[in-house]
Design a protein around this ligand. Structure first.
Ligand code: CDP
Length: 207
């Protein structure tokens, strides 16, 4: 019944996509794929000296489970490999197969509603101001013992936004038919409730 029901959740760095996506997947009983991890895993391998395309073509699911993928250096490396068309192409089939799995799927990223799953049943674009996103990322990194200053985190977020939005291949932008959720003034619960309501309005039901 929920077979092939795909929910695409896109948005800029640290907008709350991850939190909203996990909560929506849990609510509906769908599987969840954080596609940023694919690019982070490739970026991490490039930092370790590997060729980006070779790393993308040989990526395995276990590569996504590494905790060190959540560092600012890896985030920047991810957005650099993400501009390479061949890298994106190498990661396409895995994402599309995941989206088509039985029982429903939530994918979050930058180009899910525009390129990976243009026929997704629901498309959400989760966003917030750069300052608020940087505050959230700063708090998250501080909580994990990473001591970058707020100014550094804000500059990183802005640099990544620019690279993600200005690239030729699959740039970050809302799909024409996406529902925009601006989380700047929303609590997590409010953002999740808005996302769940949008999915229900599109006919989504618990798996
Ligand atoms: O968690 P955060 O929003 O900071 O980043 P992420 O979702 O883990 O994505 C890291 C980087 O991967 C982004 O800045 C993008 O450059 C790239 N990415 C992409 O190009 N396409 C996707 N579908 C997901 C991520």
């Amino acid at each position: 019944m929920a077979d092939g029901f795909t929910i695409a959740i896109d948005g800029p760095a640290a907008a709350g996509k991850g939190t909203v996506s996990k909560a929506v997947a849990e609510y509906f009983g769908f599987a969840h794929l954080d596609t940023g991890l694919l690019y982070r895993a490739v970026g991490a391998k490039v930092l370790a000296g590997r060729d980006a395309l070779d790393a993308a073509r040989t990526l395995v699911v276990e590569d996504l489970e590494d905790d060190s993928l959540r560092t600012p250096d890896v985030a920047q490396a991810a957005s650099k490999v993400a501009v390479i068309a061949e890298v994106r192409a190498a990661l396409l089939d895995f994402q599309r197969s995941f989206a088509a799995r039985s029982g429903g799927a939530v994918l979050d990223g930058r180009d899910i509603g525009t390129v990976i799953c243009p026929h997704a049943r629901v498309k959400l674009f989760v966003t917030a101001s750069a300052e608020i996103r940087a505050q959230r990322r700063f708090a998250e990194l501080s909580g994990r013992g990473i001591t970058d200053s707020f100014e550094t985190v804000l500059a990183d977020v802005k640099a990544r936004d620019a690279r993600d939005m200005e690239r030729v291949e699959a740039p970050l932008k809302p799909a024409d038919d996406a529902t925009i959720i601006d989380t700047s003034r929303l609590t997590i619960d409010q953002a999740v409730a808005a996302a769940v309501a949008a999915v229900q309005a599109a006919g989504g039901q618990k798996a």
